[in-house]
Design a protein around this ligand. Sequence first.
Ligand code: HEC
Length: 205
Amino acid sequence: MKGFIRTFLAVFGAVGLAVVAVAGFRGDFTQRTPIEIFPDMDRQPKYKSQTPSPLFPEGRVDRVPPYGTVAFHVTTDQPYLITGKMGNMWGTGIPVTVDKKLLARGKERYEINCQVCHGATGAGNGITTQYGLVGVASIHLDKYREMADGEIFNTITHGKGQMGPYHHIEVADRWAIIAYLRALQFSQNAPASLLPPDFAKAGKP
Ligand code: HEC
């Protein structure tokens, strides 16, 4: 037993000395990088804004915006185009050329950005509603058919209630989406008198 205790104390002392030799005493100042068991992504190979960088000639991270860049929300000579407002009121009308190409673009952008919630026809029954999202607006309600284009532009840009903002969509594409949205509304609510004669005869499917 005596032999065991002696060996134990000797080993304990040696291990203690080794730990102190490697780690130092508590409170010691050191220039060495601490040993990190879990680095938790504290250091990442990326540049943070306003820091130096040897990569660029001026030696800094921040870049000058490319020539011709217009800052978000800067007033241009076409305020309606970027705000949806005419004076203090929501304006109406699509301020870009409406043709088949624009509608095709609007359809594509709608399907990418809006369909998940609003559904393929805009009835407010997108896939997310099957997973618990409630309160998605149907664009076929009278109030949305009557809503000014500019107000819809504003909803896309800034969001509304539960809907988040979609200002990453380019301005022209937001208007393309609105044009397509109007086509969707029309598709679900066209008076029979406006149908081509063959369709009108066939009646409702
Ligand atoms: C993540 C789901 C989601 C997506 C994606 C989404 N919306 Fe919405 N949207 C909603 C919800 C929810 C509402 C109801 C907001 C409220 O009244 O709280 C709404 C409301 C609206 C309204 C009515 C706003 C009003 O003024 O009452 C319009 C118009 C609309 N969305 C258009 C769009 C368009 C266009 C897109 C694509 C650019 C889009 N939404 C993408 C969820 C979404």
